[in-house]
Design a protein around this ligand. Structure first.
Ligand code: SAM
Length: 243
């Protein structure tokens, strides 16, 4: 069975969005991965089909009800018993390339998108959801975060990227221990508005090109990501960043 992302959301109409475009979209069309989207509101039971309620303890905003989210999760788990269930939340484990590599090895994902103030804690506990964050900022809902997670994962599936790029050589690629940003890229024309493509890339000498790219990747990482650089260069042997 193809790797499946099963999204639970109050806004199913925003999918597939960018996941339906370009290489991820072509992979979806070819059946290299599948996307299923469920409207959490389908599991509302009261007359008004409400999915949220006011928070205990007061304060602004609304909280997604545990009974509604539970019913959505139970149904998704029955459809995909081996999938890993994830709640998108700013307090989750930060998404990084290592995590994307781990998630592609899972037998598909169930992705719970929160809204408003979030989801009642008890249903998160009951389902022991893994929690993933896409960064230290607050989005209005989990949908964009789910798209980011799914995009980072499906491009690692065999056949999705074709020859477009090697995940090994990209930023955080396994080729450099996951610690280097990528080198710069150039295409034709060889001289554009007085700026020439570096000579090293034009001589067709593969070893020199590799060495140039490596030097550039190292310089870029040292300048922009001192946290990664310290680990790569051995200054920090604790593993450095959080993964
Ligand atoms: N009250 C929450 C807090 O302070 O952490 C923020 C709730 S946010 C407005 C609504 C939903 O957006 C969250 O339940 C979560 O699903 C999603 N979300 C927001 N920021 C996110 C992030 N950085 N990573 C992943 N999901 C996020």
């Amino acid at each position: 069975m193809a790797w499946t992302a099963h999204v639970l959301t109050l806004f199913p109409e925003v999918f597939p969005g960018p996941l339906g475009a370009s290489l991820a979209g072509a992979g979806l069309d070819k059946g290299l991965w599948t996307l299923s989207v469920t409207d959490i509101r389908n599991f509302a039971t009261n007359r008004h089909r409400s999915v949220d309620d006011t928070p205990y303890g007061g304060g602004g905003g609304m909280v997604l009800r545990p009974d509604v989210v539970d019913a959505a999760l139970e149904t998704a788990k029955r459809a995909q018993p081996a999938a890993k269930a994830v709640y998108l939340t700013p307090r989750g484990r930060p998404l990084c390339q290592d995590l994307a590599r781990a998630l592609v090895a899972a037998e598909g994902l169930i992705l719970l998108c929160g809204r408003y103030e979030g989801v009642d804690e008890r249903v998160l506990e009951k389902h022991a959801l893994s929690e993933v964050s896409v960064g230290d900022y607050v989005l209005s809902g989990g949908e964009l975060a789910a798209m980011v997670v799914v995009d980072s994962v499906v491009r690692l599936l065999p056949g999705v990227m074709g020859n477009a790029a090697s995940p090994k050589e990209e930023s955080f690629g396994s080729g450099f221990g996951g610690l280097l940003l990528e080198h710069p890229h150039y295409t034709r024309p060889a001289v554009w508005q007085g700026r020439a493509v570096p000579a090293e890339l034009q001589n067709g000498h593969h070893a020199e090109i590799r060495a140039w790219r490596r030097r550039q990747a190292e310089a870029m990482t040292q300048a922009r990501r001192p946290d990664l650089w310290r680990v790569y260069s051995g200054e920090d042997d604790t593993g450095g960043r959080e993964t």
